[in-house]
Design a protein around this ligand. Structure first.
Ligand code: SF4
Length: 526
């Protein structure tokens, strides 16, 4: 079986769950698509470029089906939720599709009988017998070349398409899958409407994995993600994720804690909590300050060195949450809060609210409560109606806020989103030019900030040889989330003959570049 996971860490966890289910059913992973009998692409459809990458990858894998080396091609994930019928009609090589709410259907899709329900003694006992090397999804696919540049409008053919709908097992609703009044209200307002999505199932996904679901970890040994919630009830008008992933629902508190314990027992030392909005965690379970309470419980797990959460919603950063981050040594001093814009008029059209003044106050509160905290955010340029003045306001805000890490997306006009019907669309060229301007601005801010790091002694997690040169190693500090932020390059091991990946060391920062820094190891492993 060959598995390619595209998109965000939330999709990666879904991939790991599907790989775990397949592994338990006897399938074995390979990193070489030409050796795989079954090829699975877990897709992303966040924005146009993500959709195109998904389609390109499906077509690339379809070549192995056409050449006869692969017997089955399965497409899973967000693209399926949106374009279920089109995929099956337009890419005849695709044998089956599996939506985000039907992960367990991967077994039928792969032609593997669903195993009897067995009592699982521990999450990883089953997986540890597989003898498989850990594979980073996505990397294997890049080895294969492809010539297809087509899109979903490819000619309709007569492919074998098993009826996944009727074959799909009744996916048990987790007992915790309740909803919040906010989600129910949004549903009545049509937020999750999929009626005009031809061919997409009209049932909203409700699936949640739990601690007994097998997961095949693909991240480096010492780090893992835990998805604590799924779906989203927010009304952001540029975003189709709620339509794809359903209403917000939290995993049971005990289930998350049990999974974290299992991961730590397996050797994981860094856990990153994810969800579309982690700061809503527990609201549907009747928990007050659910995320802070969960962090308190997880921080107490012996052996867990770094714990962090991503994707905070700005108006849900409570004093209790900040106080919790400040109190625990193993809670990374790191906050990822996607703000999307700073001009009040744009934020209003985005249906998010807030503005530069409010956000600056929030950031001030965060920095006062957790001194030295690293802040990450993302912005969207060229949202419909964004005037030059709105954009300049955003620039001024960025100069003042001085984020440690900043991502910029150009607005993508997504059918099914609220913003799709808005007028005053900004030309693509302007969107891209503004995106470049923000990145350039942040480059200067980041460079100056990283200069302040020189001379500091920090704990870093050694990750392995640099992808760029064997002469350097790469690592991260608590101020770097996995995969998304800059890097720490290690060019001097101090008294040590070698470093071990997944171990922590004390290091001194010796040089700073625009986003990355260079460090010398001082002592360790810790
Ligand atoms: S908070 Fe907004 S942008 Fe984020 S997933 Fe929910 S609707 Fe989309």
């Amino acid at each position: 079986m060959g598995f390619i996971s595209l998109g965000c860490p939330k999709n990666l966890v879904d991939s790991e769950v599907m790989m775990g289910l397949l592994d338990r059913a006897g399938a074995r992973l390979t990193a070489h698509p030409e050796e795989a009998e079954i090829l699975i692409v877990n897709t992303c459809s966040f924005i146009d470029t993500a959709k195109q990458e998904s389609v390109d990858t499906i077509l690339e894998m379809a070549r192995y089906k056409a050449s006869g080396s692969a017997k089955r091609l399965i497409v899973a994930g967000c693209l399926v939720e949106r374009y279920r019928d089109e995929i099956r009609k337009s890419i005849p090589e695709v044998d089956a599709v599996v939506g985000t709410g039907e992960l367990e259907s991967i077994l039928e899709a792969a032609g593997l009988a669903r195993p009897q329900v067995i009592t699982v003694p521990g999450l990883f006992n089953i997986l540890s017998g597989s003898g498989q090397a850990e594979v980073r999804p996505g990397q294997e696919s890049r080895a294969a070349t492809h010539k297809h540049t087509g899109d979903l409008a490819r000619t309709v053919g007569q492919g074998f398409s098993p009826d996944i709908e009727s074959a799909r097992p009744a996916v048990a609703l987790a007992p915790e899958a309740t909803s919040r009044p906010e989600g129910d209200l949004r549903e009545r307002q049509g937020r999750f409407s999929r009626d005009d999505w031809q061919g997409a199932t009209h049932l909203l996904p409700t699936y949640l994995y739990d601690e007994s679901t097998p997961r095949f970890l693909t991240t480096p040994r010492s780090s893992a993600y835990i998805k604590i919630a799924e779906g989203c009830d927010h009304p952001c008008s540029f975003c189709v994720i709620p339509n794809l992933r359903g209403k917000f629902r939290s995993r049971r508190f005990e289930s998350v804690v049990a999974e974290a314990r299992q991961l730590v027992a397996r050797g994981v030392r860094e856990i990153t909590l994810i969800g579309q909005d982690t700061t809503c965690y527990g609201e549907d379970l009747g928990l007050k300050d659910g995320l802070a309470t969960l962090l308190d419980a997880l921080a107490g797990i012996e052996g867990l060195r770094w714990l962090r959460f991503l994707y905070a919603y700005p108006n849900r950063i409570t004093g209790r949450l900040l106080e919790t981050i400040a109190r625990h040594d193993n809670l990374c001093k790191y906050l990822d809060v996607p703000l999307q814009h700073a001009a009040p008029s744009v934020l209003k059209r985005m249906k998010r609210g807030g503005g530069a003044d409010i956000f600056l106050k929030t950031l001030e509160k965060v920095r006062a409560a957790v001194p030295g905290i690293a802040l990450r955010t993302t912005f969207i340029t060229g949202f419909p109606g964004e005037s030059l003045r709105d954009f300049e306001l955003l620039e001024e805000f960025i100069k003042e806020a001085k984020f440690d890490w900043l991502g910029v997306f150009g607005y993508s006009d997504e059918e099914g989103s609220g913003a799709f019907s808005l007028d005053a669309k900004v030309p693509r060229r302007t969107i891209e030019a503004r995106k470049r301007r923000l990145m350039k601005l942040q480059q200067g801010i980041s460079k100056r900030a990283k200069q302040q790091w020189v001379g500091r002694e920090l704990v870093l997690l050694a990750e392995g040889e640099s992808e760029e040169t064997q002469l350097l190693w790469e690592g991260r500090t608590q101020f770097h989330a996995p995969e998304i932020d800059g890097k720490v390059y290690i060019n001097d091991y101090g008294d040590l003959a070698a470093l071990e990946p997944g171990r922590f060391y004390k290091a001194q920062i010796t040089e700073a570049h625009e986003y990355d820094v260079v460090a010398h190891i001082r002592s360790g492993p810790l």
